[in-house]
Design a protein. Structure first.
Length: 388
């Protein structure tokens, strides 16, 4: 059979190559042991009824749970080097913790304190007394440190310049949509003269009404608040940019854990719920929906693990891998939560059932650290780069 003439030769898309041979998407024995410890703790201390009860008080954080998770298991110091009192682990281990926290929608400031704030401090000079001392406090779980940046701030986006230094580290300004500020002991504030550590008690923290009841937002207002300078403006901005990239990549693991819980609970429910003398899950239409969701979650696991591994190894294409993970996992988490609510029927619409907590977390996560659209645009930008 002859080849038709007049047709253009097929060409391969020009995208940066991702050497899959260097990616390790599997979980190590150490990571599985860490998962087991975190999951056991959350199963014992973080049940849905308790989460709802705390959410209704307006202060969802559980200090006792955070103390055990941060100091007892040592998860707060996973990214902190051993010489500074941490575990000296990598983003892969932190990703496993976030998977389990997403699976339980745990109301703890892990993403903000143990990931974002820790990454910012590591991006400064950990050898200085101020930065080193704060990292030791965070690694030991004795303090909660939160970056005073909007949770919606995306990697690569311009950093806000809302805080001014009137001289000597006396700061004035306001930042809104700061996650977990109500639980913070220390705030990391970017001012025009650099990065400052500000005691939370010296700032006015006004709680907002968040969509996600388990991750509270607040407006932080500084009125001649004194801070300790940690880094110059250039170093501070580079550190925050690196932290946002790591946070976005690890947020994909939280979204993965959330989606896995929704899929597991929904499959269990439709197997046990009967109509017309047969399980609801035996109807072909629901089988197709759940099979597609299983495929989506499996793909999300690969994307999230790739992002965690790229961050852990310092891969040159980590920004691309993170953008792909966020662009994909964000939508999967929302779809999984929506299917969970809908396929649970009437009970899924009630306040008492935890499905709404997962839907709200999924929706809030889809806006955190850049929307899926923002990350798709980043992937498109990478695709336009010439192949090396």
């Amino acid at each position: 059979m002859t080849k038709p003439t007049g047709l253009p030769e097929p060409t391969e898309p020009t995208v940066p190559s991702v050497p899959s041979a260097t990616l390790d998407l599997l979980y190590s024995e150490t990571e599985e042991e860490l998962r087991s410890a975190v999951r056991s703790l959350l199963a014992d201390r973080c049940d849905p009824a308790g989460i709802l009860a705390r959410a209704e008080t307006g202060r969802p954080h559980d200090p006792a749970l955070w103390g055990t998770l941060a100091a007892g298991i040592g998860t707060a110091g996973l990214l902190v080097p051993e010489k500074l009192g941490g575990q000296g682990a990598s983003h892969r281990e932190a990703a496993v913790v976030l998977e389990e926290l997403g699976r339980a929608v745990a109301p703890v400031p892990y993403l903000t304190s143990a990931v974002l704030a820790t990454e910012i401090l590591l991006g400064c000079d950990p050898g200085t007394d101020e930065v080193g001392a704060l990292l030791r406090e965070l690694a030991a779980g004795r303090q909660i440190c939160v970056p005073a940046v909007p949770l919606t701030l995306a990697p690569g986006a311009p950093l806000p310049a809302a805080v001014r230094d009137s001289g000597g580290g006396v700061l004035t300004g306001a930042v809104t949509s700061v996650a977990d500020a109500v639980a913070a002991d220390v705030l990391l504030v970017l001012a025009d003269t650099g990065l400052y550590a500000v005691p939370a008690a010296s700032a006015a923290v006004a709680a907002l009404v968040p969509l996600d009841l388990t991750r509270p937002l607040a407006t932080v207002t500084l009125d001649a608040s004194a801070g300790t300078r940690l880094a110059d403006p250039a170093t501070a901005r580079a550190a925050i940019a690196g932290a946002l990239l790591s946070g976005a990549g690890l947020l994909a693991s939280e979204q993965l854990g959330l989606a896995e819980w929704c899929l597991t609970e929904t499959v269990g429910y439709v197997r046990g719920r009967h109509q017309f003398n047969r399980p609801v899950g035996s109807f072909q239409a629901l089988k197709h929906r759940l099979a597609q969701l299983w495929l989506d979650v499996a793909s999300a696991r690969a994307a999230a693990r790739a992002a965690a591994d790229a961050l852990a190894t310092g891969a040159a294409d980590a920004p691309l891998t993170v953008a792909v993970a966020q662009a994909y996992c964000s939508g999967v988490a929302v779809r999984a939560a929506e299917e969970c609510v809908q396929l649970h029927g009437g009970i899924g619409m009630t306040w008492e059932h935890p499905a709404h907590l997962y839907l709200k977390r999924a929706k809030a996560d889809s806006l955190a650290l850049g929307t899926a659209g923002h990350h798709r645009a980043l992937v498109a930008d990478f695709a336009e780069l010439p192949t090396p």
